[in-house]
Design a protein around this ligand. Structure first.
Ligand SMILES: *Cc1c(COP(=O)(O)O)cnc(C)c1O
Length: 378
């Protein structure tokens, strides 16, 4: 295979899109109804379908994942300190800050890149009210150990499951763990509604509170029962969700095949490592993320990232920099890099490679060959 640059830029993801005629048909229903938002029929249907697809006891749709997570904190009346991971997208930590909660960063497990339960207990103080875990890249957190610790100390558990649509542990869908899980349906995610998100919860009473909170706290025309915000998903976004839901399994299957091509091509390469889903986990193959050991590979992550661009490949350094190193959080005592050595190391080595249904198997092979051409013998 000749290693020439790709003609068109290759990004890490491309959104799945339904057939435009299908979309037009659905949109004419909305046009005819003149009902564009506020719990319309498309919203109701999408909420039900999703609830069924994800085997959730209760589910509430949102205009985006960030507002959903903010409301999750509100609905559980969290305050004080919440223990979380620094290896995530900024939104996870910002939702705590917007709730006046102090984030306490916990180092990660190098095997899963998720919050390390062995380090949790030492971070708990009388101010701690919850643990906010992230199933980063769709790899489940150690949910059993996190729940055990939460139960001992009477803490709530929230999961940022933005990357984990459709993931299951021992056949149990990911939204069934902790008190609340958040999904993001942003256009860059595997399953999307352009902008959107959802909260999944077991308790009906929590769903009721959450539905008030996302609609200004309005109970009826006469009563406003709590200081809510606007977190509603529109009919237009619901329509896109309903259509994408029909095609998401096909998208996951395509990604699964491309993922295994990556694994075949990059297996046993010195200095390249990656996560393979455990046998007990049903993955959604949303991301293919490698870690580059600069000494063994002879080339650093940053060098690989820059060299890829010359071939028209736009990999992403997810998640670099760590949240604990942002100017708004690095003053926190728990942000001290000496307490987060694994997270800092992982953040310096990770690189997210292109993976989406529309990518060809030959594209993946070419990306791997280009990557291997960067390897320097030492
Ligand atoms: C995308 C993402 C979010 C934010 O979701 P939005 O729907 O874009 O608001 C939160 N957390 C993680 C880990 C994400 O990747």
């Amino acid at each position: 295979m000749k290693l020439t640059p790709f003609n068109d830029p290759v990004y890490i993801s491309r959104p799945m899109l339904p057939d435009l005629r299908e979309m037009n048909d659905k949109l004419s229903e909305v046009w005819d109804s003149k009902w564009l938002t506020n719990n319309g029929p498309q919203h109701a249907e999408f909420e039900n379908e999703l609830e069924r697809r994800l085997c959730a006891s209760h589910l509430s749709l949102f205009n985006n994942g960030t507002i959903a997570l903010m409301i999750a904190c509100q609905s559980l009346r969290l305050s004080g300190e919440v223990i979380t991971t620094p290896f995530t997208f900024p939104a996870t930590i910002h939702t705590l800050a917007w709730n006046n909660i102090k984030p306490i960063f916990c180092d990660i497990d190098p095997e899963t890149m998720n919050i390390d339960p062995a380090r949790l207990e030492s971070l708990i103080t009388p101010q701690t009210t919850a643990i906010l875990g992230v199933h980063v890249f769709g790899t489940p957190c150690n949910i059993k150990e996190i729940q055990r610790i939460a139960d001992v100390y009477g803490l709530k558990v929230i999961y940022d499951a933005a990357h984990a649509f459709g993931v299951e542990i021992d056949s149990v869908p990911i939204g069934n763990f902790g008190d609340i899980s958040m999904l993001s349906f942003h256009a860059t995610k595997l399953f999307h509604t352009a902008e959107g998100g959802a909260l999944l919860m077991k308790e009906k009473i929590l769903k009721e509170r959450i539905d008030f909170l996302k609609n200004f706290g309005i109970k009826n025309e006469e009563e406003v029962v709590m200081p809510g915000i606007n977190g509603k998903m529109s009919e237009l976004h619901s329509v896109l969700g309903l259509l994408n839901l029909k095609h998401v399994d096909q998208e996951i299957e395509k990604r699964r095949q491309l993922f295994s091509t990556y694994v075949e091509c990059l297996d046993n390469i010195e200095g390249i490592s990656f996560l393979i889903p455990e046998k007990t986990v049903k993955s959604n193959y949303q991301y293919f993320v490698i870690q580059i050991g600069p000494r063994q590979f002879g080339c650093s992550r940053d060098e690989v990232y820059e060299k890829f661009k010359k071939y028209n490949i736009f990999a992403r350094k997810y998640f670099y920099p760590l949240c604990s190193n942002y100017s708004c959080y690095r003053h926190l005592p728990s942000s001290n890099p000496s307490l987060l050595t694994i997270a800092n190391n992982v953040a310096d080595q990770v690189l997210c490679l292109p993976l989406y249904g529309g990518l060809k198997q030959d594209d993946v092979k070419k990306i791997c060959n280009i990557l291997l051409s960067f390897k320097r013998e030492i």
